[in-house]
Design a protein around this ligand. Structure first.
Ligand code: SF4
Length: 285
C-alpha cells in the first residue's frame, strides 16, 4: 500500500487565529471565557479548548455573567442582532471572525446598501451563512443549495450579487454561476470561496491524477469544509472515508486499496492527520 498525504494540512488561517485568541484569553482573562456555539466544528479541538478554560455559553450562564467574563466570537462570525446582544451582556467581546468572512460580510453590507439583492450559494443553517444574511441592508436575500432551489427563484431578481459560502465545492459554485448568468444576465458573480478551502479541494483533485483510489478525510462530522472534501472525492470516483481520529480508521476496508490519499479539513489539527498517516504507514509495511 502507498500513502499520499495532501500538500495542505493543519488549521486554516481563520481557525488558527480564533484558537490563538481563545488560548490567549484563557491565559489573560481573570473571569470566564465563553463562546456562543462550537468554536470550530471539530470534537478533538473543542475538547482541548475546553480543557484550557473555554466554556460554551448556555442559557443558564446568562444570569451568572460577571464584568470580568469575556465572550469570543467564533470564526464563522455571528449575526448582527446576536452581536448587539453580546455587547450588552459582556464588557469584553473578542472578535474571532475569520478575516475572509469579515470581507464577504462587508461586501454584502455595501452592495445590499446600494439596493442589490443578494444570492448566497450555501447552507442556510450554517452559522457563516446566517452571519452573511444579517449584513444584508436594503435588498432581499436568497439562499440556495441545489439546482431545484435555483429553479424556484423568481424570474426577475433585479440587480443581484451572487456569492458563495466560503467552504462550498468550487466546481458546483462554478456550475451554479454559469446557470445563474444565463437566467440573470445582469448578475454580478463573486467567487467568495476562501483560499484554504480551494487549496484543499484542489489537493483532492490532484489525488486522482496521482492514482489514489481511496481518500481518508480527517475532520469533524459537522464540519462543512470536511464534508465537502469527502463529497468531492466521491464525485470524482474515489472511495472516501470521513474519520474524526486515527482510532476511527476502517482498517480492514483500507487494506483493500493500493494507494490511499490523506487530507485534513480546515479545522483539523496537523497532529490528527499525522496520527492517521502513521496508522496507515504501519499497513504499508
Ligand atoms: S475555512 Fe476559510 S473562511 Fe472558514 S475559517 Fe478557515 S479560512 Fe476562514
Amino acid at each position: 500500500m502507498k500513502v499520499i498525504v495532501a500538500n495542505v494540512s493543519g488549521f486554516c488561517g481563520g481557525v488558527k487565529r480564533v484558537l490563538g485568541l481563545a488560548y490567549d484569553a484563557c491565559r489573560q482573562c481573570t473571569g470566564r471565557v465563553y463562546v456562543a456555539g462550537e468554536l470550530v466544528h471539530n470534537k478533538e479541538v473543542m475538547e482541548n479548548v475546553k480543557v484550557a478554560g473555554v466554556k460554551l455559553l448556555g442559557d443558564c450562564d446568562l444570569e451568572k455573567i460577571t464584568p470580568q467574563d469575556v465572550l469570543l466570537i467564533r470564526a464563522h462570525g455571528c449575526p448582527r442582532e446576536q452581536w448587539a446582544k453580546f455587547h450588552k451582556l459582556f464588557n469584553t467581546v473578542i472578535d474571532g471572525t475569520c478575516p475572509h468572512v469579515v470581507r464577504i460580510s462587508k461586501m454584502v453590507e455595501c452592495e445590499s446598501g446600494k439596493g442589490k439583492n443578494i444570492l448566497i450559494i450555501g447552507n442556510k443553517s450554517h452559522p457563516e451563512v446566517q452571519t452573511l444574511v444579517s449584513f444584508v441592508k436594503d435588498g432581499n436575500v436568497f439562499i440556495i443549495n441545489s439546482e431545484e432551489e435555483l429553479d424556484h427563484l423568481k424570474d426577475n431578481l433585479g440587480q443581484i450579487l451572487v456569492i458563495a459560502q466560503s467552504t462550498i465545492d468550487e466546481d458546483s459554485f462554478k456550475s451554479f454561476a454559469s446557470k445563474i448568468s444565463k437566467i440573470y444576465p445582469n448578475a454580478e458573480i463573486k467567487n467568495t470561496i476562501c483560499g484554504s478551502s480551494r487549496r484543499r479541494q484542489q489537493a483532492i483533485l490532484s489525488f486522482k491524477k496521482k492514482g489514489v483510489q481511496a481518500v481518508v478525510v480527517a475532520g469533524g462530522r459537522h464540519s462543512n469544509n470536511t464534508q465537502t472534501l469527502a463529497q468531492i472525492a466521491k464525485k470524482i470516483g474515489l472511495v472516501a472515508f470521513h474519520v474524526e481520529t486515527a482510532s476511527n480508521l476502517p482498517i480492514q476496508k483500507l487494506k483493500t486499496f493500493q494507494t490511499i490519499g490523506v487530507i485534513g479539513g480546515a479545522s483539523t489539527d496537523k497532529k490528527t492527520t499525522k496520527e492517521i498517516v502513521a496508522s496507515l504507514l504501519v499497513l504499508e509495511n
